[in-house]
Design a protein around this ligand. Structure first.
Ligand SMILES: CC(C)(COP(=O)(O)OP(=O)(O)OC[C@H]1O[C@@H](n2cnc3c(N)ncnc32)[C@H](O)[C@@H]1OP(=O)(O)O)[C@@H](O)C(=O)NCCC(=O)NCCS
Length: 234
């Protein structure tokens, strides 16, 4: 799927309310504090998130679910996960011809899986593609340079293990890890995708813009762009 931006006018989105812009501005302030503090002391709220992310990234346990770093031996299980989710949720649409490359693209920087009883039941990754439209939106809204941003992607939870907090924990792992590197997490989501939007908003993510992307097959994707809260997770 080639992601080509068509429009992303922040001023025209219904969500660019004064309150939101104030929250973004205060987030930007925290980011600047972080920028100006190059000697190991980070803004306190980002630091809390970073610590939490590190715990999870290093094998945290949640109700029998272990979040750990993905490795090459997880490929087959992750392909099964994405195939099951496509069948149940219609995501991703269409199912990519090479699901392994979809789950682990070349621009993935780090990824985690959720494991329960030796079975992979969830996945999330941080991506850093060159010239990504979502990162461009985040750059414009936050004023941060590309190396201060991290794209959260491929958040997937086994359809038989939903509403147990797995998605929330995976998201916290990715967001917290980004914060530990001094990066602000950003993501995009299909505008009518109820479950992930509910999760992002419950976790305090801030909707900052609308984005339309042209897809290879001539259709387009209508997306929202979200920024992680500056306290990382809830
Ligand atoms: C989105 C997804 C990852 C959520 O995973 P999950 O493990 O079920 O989510 P959680 O249990 O951590 O949910 C945390 C909170 O998010 C919200 N939420 C999650 N799913 C929801 C749903 N279907 N309806 C309403 N709220 C929902 C709730 O506030 C929930 O808290 P609660 O259960 O205490 O009410 C999962 O539905 C999924 O894999 N969907 C298909 C793939 C996809 O769309 N990925 C995102 C691409 S951008």
């Amino acid at each position: 799927m080639t992601r080509t931006p068509i429009v992303h006018p922040v001023e025209q989105t219904e969500t660019a309310s004064a309150a939101r812009l104030r929250r973004i501005a205060s987030a930007h302030l925290l980011d600047n504090q972080l920028d100006h503090n190059q000697h190991g002391v980070t803004a306190p709220s980002l630091n809390r998130a970073a610590m939490h992310g590190r715990q999870l990234a290093h094998g945290g346990t949640l109700r029998g679910v272990r979040i750990r770093t993905k490795d090459s031996g997880d490929t087959a299980a992750c392909v099964r996960l994405v195939t099951d989710i496509h069948r149940t949720d219609g995501y991703p649409q269409p199912l990519p011809a090479d699901p392994a490359a979809f789950v682990t693209p070349s621009y993935e920087t780090v990824a985690w899986v959720a494991e329960s009883d030796g079975r992979i039941i969830g996945h999330v990754a941080l991506h850093h593609p060159a010239l990504d439209p979502t990162l461009q939106v985040a750059q414009r809204v936050t004023g941060l340079s590309p190396n201060r941003l991290a794209l959260v992607a491929r958040l997937l939870v086994d359809p038989t293990r939903r509403r147990l907090g797995v998605g929330r924990q995976l998201l916290a792992a990715a967001t917290g890890h980004a914060a530990s590197l001094g990066q602000r997490a950003v993501l995009d989501v299909i505008r009518d995708a109820g479950a992930p939007i509910a999760l992002y908003e419950a976790a305090g993510w801030i909707r900052v813009d609308a984005l339309t992307l042209a897809v290879d097959d001539g259709t387009s994707l209508q997306l929202w762009v979200y920024l992680a809260p500056t306290d990382g997770h809830r």
